[in-house]
Write a protein that binds this ligand. Structure first.
Ligand SMILES: C[S@@+](CC[C@H](N)C(=O)[O-])C[C@H]1O[C@@H](n2cnc3c(N)ncnc32)[C@H](O)[C@@H]1O
Length: 288
């Protein structure tokens, strides 16, 4: 009898979870597994520093440094910084501009912004990723970039700082409440760059169940397509710091930027059939 009641309660709980499209936060905090020898005996090299995260790098430091072993993805030499500077910089550069970068991951785009003359504050919530950024800062001698460990939503919600530009690459689709992030970005800048996946039923890039949830956020009505991250513990998990994420359709994202004052939007990249889900990049500015 007790077993039956337990089963019914469990089913009810699952039903509620499906209906509201959210799961409770994990019972125990997600822990990074960082293990390294206390003492180094080799002569000092950049490789030694990179080896603190051996097997855990996503990006290929060797593209821009003497670090031979790291990750596979050529993020440091992508064209993204140069492309955004063409639209939002002056003469294709960011000289003297203040940039708030949301989620530097391993500092690849921070490096590009630094090379283009920007003064960047980059906020990363993943503690391991933040420490990798500090390694990169030392290896590549990033003089005008600061890395902060923390949640950028919390930062934006309380910040009185203003920035010439917010650089938000690969973050919107990791937000539980993306419209709130767009509102907060609008509170600190008149210009931003965004690259994100978006919800398109025909090109989802995953088999995870997404639950449609109509929402009204700060006067904007839209629909969030939510799912739970299957495994935030995974070493190479580069997602958000909340268990639930909400994707939005492409045009709803653009409407949200317009709603919060960015009337001038230029699409700079578009890949509807991306294997991980449709995606696009755009610059958004307030109309002068
Ligand atoms: C897909 S990666 C994108 C990294 C990089 N910007 C790029 O485009 O290659 C997403 C990053 O967002 C970070 N992130 C997610 N939610 C965050 C939050 N609320 N505050 C700070 N960082 C966050 C993750 O830790 C991860 O580094």
């Amino acid at each position: 009898m007790l077993l039956l009641v337990k089963r019914i309660l469990l089913r009810l709980k699952r039903l509620v979870v499906r209906l509201i499209g959210t799961l409770p936060p994990p019972a125990a905090p997600v822990r990074a597994a960082l293990t390294f020898e206390k003492f180094e005996h080799r002569a000092p090299t950049h490789q030694n520093a990179a080896d603190l995260f051996k097997g855990k790098w996503a990006s290929k430091l060797g593209d821009v440094s003497d670090v031979a072993e790291s990750g596979q993805i050529s993020l440091f030499v992508s064209r993204i910084g140069v492309d955004v500077a063409q639209h939002l910089g002056t003469g294709g550069r960011f000289d003297g501009m203040s940039i708030l970068e949301l989620a530097p991951l391993e500092g690849a785009q921070t490096y590009q912004l630094d090379q283009l003359g920007a003064h960047t504050v980059a906020i990363e919530a993943n503690a391991e990723a933040f420490l990798k950024c500090l390694v990169v800062k030392e290896v590549l001698n990033l003089r005008n970039s600061r890395f902060l460990l923390g949640d950028f939503v919390e930062y934006l919600a309380h910040s009185k700082d203003r920035f010439d530009l917010v650089f938000a690459c690969g973050v919107l689709y990791h937000m539980q409440d993306p419209v709130n992030l767009i509102r907060l970005i609008a509170g600190v800048t008149d210009r931003c760059f965004v690259w994100t996946h978006y919800y398109d039923e025909a090109h989802r890039g995953s088999t995870l169940e997404m639950v449609a949830k109509p929402v009204t956020v700060h006067g904007l009505q839209t629909t969030y397509y939510q799912f739970n991250y299957p495994n935030m513990d995974y070493d190479l998990f580069y997602g958000g710091n909340k268990p639930v994420t909400s994707w939005m359709p492409r045009d709803s994202i653009l409407d949200a930027f317009k709603h919060f004052g960015f009337g001038d939007i230029t699409i700079i990249s578009e890949q509807p059939d991306h294997p991980h889900g449709s995606c696009f990049g755009f610059v958004a500015q307030r109309r002068r």
